[in-house]
Design a protein around this ligand. Structure first.
Ligand SMILES: Nc1ncnc2c1ncn2[C@@H]1O[C@H](COP(=O)(O)OP(=O)(O)OP(=O)(O)O)[C@@H](O)[C@H]1O
Ligand SMILES: [Mg+2]
Length: 375
């Protein structure tokens, strides 16, 4: 695709802090994405400082070694606490990182040009770490604080999309306290959606805490499962249709938002795209990319995906997930830091659209280094 690599000042190397792991339930997925990025990033142009966040939230300096963080069936990768602590720049005027060694000695790590947070879920995809980078004045890959935060929250995503005229499934949002105060009222509201419904935490990911409810007697247990992940749960009307997804990238130099060819999640054995289907049961679902749509449908889907990205004020990248009923597109959600291993949907969709994995990483870094349109 035109434009990839264009921004690269010839000869100047760019130093990237690749930040991965993190406190969310998607820690392991993030590690496996890091393995993909460390293995593929263009070493002729980029130097990498690998910053692993442990599950407890410690910023550690990790070896630049993809093989340590690969997912395999026997063991899920994690960021080990090796006793080091990475210190971010101590002022917005500095880009110098330092590290406290396990022996307590502080060492300079030199300047970095930007951070590449490949973190999923809370404390990574939700605007919090983006806020940290804003505070210390470090450019970073991906959406800013507000878009990350809204995109992480399925309730507020739907509120914003609805206001932008984007079709979303009807839903009810409720907390445990609201339910306890008046269960009859909330059950009536849920029943108004009709069976089946999907119950999900507002801010989680990887289908953790998501249930399909086929009889109203199962609703309280499904809500409890969702509230275990977040105080807010959504009860959502089920949409019957295909699950299609597009990769989205910001335009270059203020140009229009770019949308990839769509992929599709084809369920083989499980009822919906739950955690097992995503990560544990390789036969449960197939990621097909590109998938087949009529030309008019394809245009409509791509227009819709760009509208979702733009109306949420996203930057850099996102994956937009949509149900297609055969006649209508209904937006399910946006992921502002989608799965990014070489076999994940987002890179596969861009590969099918002419941007190889390595070039996609380069593109994301270059987009992050473009001057911000709002200054
Ligand atoms: N309203 C719905 N109608 C039909 N299927 C649904 C609906 N909501 C969720 N699903 C199914 O459940 C899966 C997981 O739900 P959802 O995408 O909302 O959460 P998530 O994947 O955990 O979030 P994230 O993508 O942020 O990790 C979907 O991929 C889809 O298979
Ligand atoms: Mg999803």
């Amino acid at each position: 695709m035109n434009g990839v690599g264009e921004n690269a000042p010839a000869g100047s190397r760019v130093r990237v802090a690749v930040v991965f792991g993190g406190r969310s339930s998607e820690h392991e997925i993030s590690c496996s994405t890091a393995a993909g990025v460390l293995a593929a990033i263009d070493r002729s142009r980029f130097d990498v400082v690998p910053v692993g966040i442990t599950k407890e939230g410690a910023f550690t300096l990790q070896p630049d070694d993809a093989s340590r963080f690969r997912m395999d069936a026997a063991a899920m990768p994690v960021v080990p606490d090796n006793g080091t602590r990475v210190l971010w720049p101590d002022s917005a005027a500095s880009r110098t990182l330092r590290v406290v060694g396990a022996d307590g000695v502080v060492r300079e790590l030199g300047e970095v040009d930007l951070a590449f947070p490949i973190l999923h879920g809370p404390w990574g995809e939700d605007g919090t770490i983006q806020g940290l980078f804003e505070l210390v004045g470090l450019p970073y890959v991906g959406s800013g604080v507000l878009a990350s935060s809204v995109g992480m929250d399925k309730h507020f995503t739907k509120v914003v999309l609805q206001a932008a005229g984007v079709p979303v499934a009807p839903w009810v949002t409720l907390t445990a306290a609201q339910w306890d105060a008046d269960p009859a009222r909330w059950e009536a509201a849920a029943r108004g959606l009709g069976l089946p419904v999907f119950v999900k935490p507002a801010r989680a990911g990887s289908s953790v805490g998501v249930s399909k409810v086929k009889d109203w007697a199962s609703l309280p247990a499904a809500l409890a499962k969702a509230w275990a992940e977040d105080e807010k749960a959504l009860v959502e009307a089920a949409v019957v249709g295909r699950e299609v997804e597009c990769g989205v990238l910001s335009g270059r130099a203020g140009g229009p938002t770019r949308v990839s060819l769509p992929g599709e999640i084809v369920m083989r054995t499980r009822e919906f795209y739950d955690y097992e289907a995503k990560y544990l049961d390789g036969d449960a679902a197939e990621l097909v990319c590109p998938t087949v749509l009529e030309p008019g449908e394809l245009r409509e889907l791509q227009r819709l995906a760009a509208r979702v990205f733009d109306s949420l004020g996203c930057r850099g990248l996102a994956r937009v997930d949509v149900f297609f009923t055969g006649t209508d597109f209904v937006v399910n959600e946006i992921n502002t830091m989608p799965g990014f291993t070489p076999i994940s949907m987002f890179p596969k969709c861009w590969e099918a659209s002419g941007i190889a994995y390595r070039d996609l990483i380069t593109e994301l870094i270059e987009l992050a280094l473009e001057p911000s349109p709002v200054g």
